[in-house]
Write a protein that binds this ligand. Structure first.
Ligand code: SDX
Length: 393
């Protein structure tokens, strides 16, 4: 056999499992959760309702949703000792580092979560506790980063409003939660809720396949999501847009940098492993961006740069040939910023949205009794070598 065969490796197109949770069609830009179009869910549903759909397989009845919310409301507090972890991190620690370790630490407070093959009831309560405590952990990390008093969950709020109150609320007075912000957060979290076998969901499945507990499996998913090629892109997009703005807004210059193979710069928020046409979530978020900034009366110059960048890229042969279109991360950061979140919290918000998807995938893997993940390799190293003493090497 002559010539050079280049083999493509890695999980680029592997059928790693069978799943009934999310359907993607990358060519047609279709995304469905349990058979429901993402466009319809984003417009008509709430994040908690979609979380129920992903985890249990059907949209809940009114009493099922009320019971789900009530069960979550009972478990929103975290053990007071968990606050000691927050005191131990350096002040500028990245929130994703804190989130991954705090979520894993939940397993130390709830030993029942460690039981392999636990009963469906125990498994369900473990999932409910994670859904309930995650927003509290996320808002405690944020408040601590500001040096502000922690705001505790309040039973009167629904899931998303409770998170917003813990994040933007004040100890000294009740803060009105803007319904525009609540709707925007529900939409953003719904759009991030699951995305079949993406890097972080596959990580949760792989770690969970060893019968590792849900908290530690999701903690591994948080670490995978942190990468700038995955969920970390939403933070990298805003940093990129800011750089372009500081540099005078010359989008052509930065498009050319992205095309230059000798330049490490990549157009963050562009391209996708599966969507080779458009990311349906990006279309919804782009429209939401315009609506929310108008309703909140915000004129963010990076939005104009983002639109100029998108327009230029979509007519540039390099991007068109490689089917590089804006993905879910391209516009989401602009909305998060408009809602008052700092840049380093953006990927944490992605994790907050993706949590029900990770839980649903971990649950499905256990229900299908999938074996421990153990891929093989093509060995390309040395064959036989004789050991030699150090003085003879
Ligand atoms: C998410 O998988 C999911 O579902 C993820 C996600 C989810 O909901 O879970 O959708 C969330 O992670 C969205 C993606 C966020 N990441 C970014 O925006 C980072 C920037 N994008 C890329 O790095 C890249 O597009 C990926 C990682 C998203 C996809 O990478 P692929 O499919 O492995 O594509 P590739 O790296 O093989 O690129 C193919 C070509 C290459 O050029 P050639 O070698 O063919 O000449 O396209 C080029 C790449 O250099 N390319 C880019 C580019 N993305 C790909 N060139 C410039 N800018 C980019 N952003």
């Amino acid at each position: 056999l002559t010539g050079h065969i280049t083999l493509d490796f890695g999980y680029k197109n592997t059928g790693s499992t069978k799943s009934a949770i999310t359907f993607l069609d990358g060519e047609k830009g279709i995304l469905k959760y349990r058979g429901y179009d993402i466009e319809e869910l984003a417009e008509k549903s709430t994040f908690l309702e979609v979380a129920y759909l992903l985890i249990y397989g059907d949209l809940p009845t009114i009493s099922q949703l009320e019971g789900f919310q009530a069960n979550i409301t009972k478990h929103t507090l975290i053990h007071e000792d968990m606050k000691k972890f927050l005191d131990g991190y350096p002040s500028k620690s990245h929130p994703m580092a804190q989130l991954a370790s705090l979520v894993c630490s939940l397993s130390t407070f709830y030993p029942e979560s460690l039981q392999a093959n636990s009963s469906p009831e125990t498994m369900d309560q473990t999932m409910i506790k994670l859904l309930a405590k995650f927003p509290t952990i996320v808002s405690f990390i944020y408040k601590k980063s500001l040096g502000h008093p922690l705001i505790y969950p309040k039973n009167k709020y629904d899931y998303v409003s409770n998170y917003l109150n813990m994040t933007f609320g004040q100890r000294t007075e009740e803060v009105e939660i803007d319904p525009v912000v609540v709707k925007a957060m529900n939409t953003l979290l719904i759009l991030h809720a699951d995305h079949e076998q993406n890097c972080s969901a596959s990580t949760v499945r792989m770690v969970g396949s060893s019968d590792c507990n849900l908290y530690a499996s999701v903690s591994a998913g948080i670490a995978a999501l942190w990468g700038p090629l995955h969920g970390g892109a939403n933070q990298a997009v805003i940093e990129m847009l800011e750089r372009i703005k500081e540099d005078g807004g010359d989008t052509e210059k930065w498009i050319n940098k992205a095309k230059d193979k000798n330049d490490p710069f990549r157009m963050m928020g562009f391209g996708h492993r599966v969507y080779k046409n458009f990311d349906p979530r990006a279309k919804i978020i782009k429209k939401a961006c315009d609506d929310i900034l108008e309703k909140l009366g915000i004129n963010d110059p990076v939005l104009e740069i983002a639109k100029k960048l998108e327009e230029a890229a979509l007519s540039d042969p390099y991007f068109v040939e490689r089917k590089l279109y804006p993905n879910v991360d391209f516009y989401s950061g602009i909305i998060y910023r408009a809602l008052g979140f700092p840049t380093d919290m953006f990927t944490v918000l992605f994790a907050l949205g993706r949590l029900p998807g990770w839980i649903a995938q971990w649950k499905e893997m256990h229900e299908n009794r999938e074996p421990i993940g153990r891929p093989r390799q093509i060995y390309v190293g040395h064959t036989n070598r004789e050991f030699t003493a150090p003085e003879n090497r």
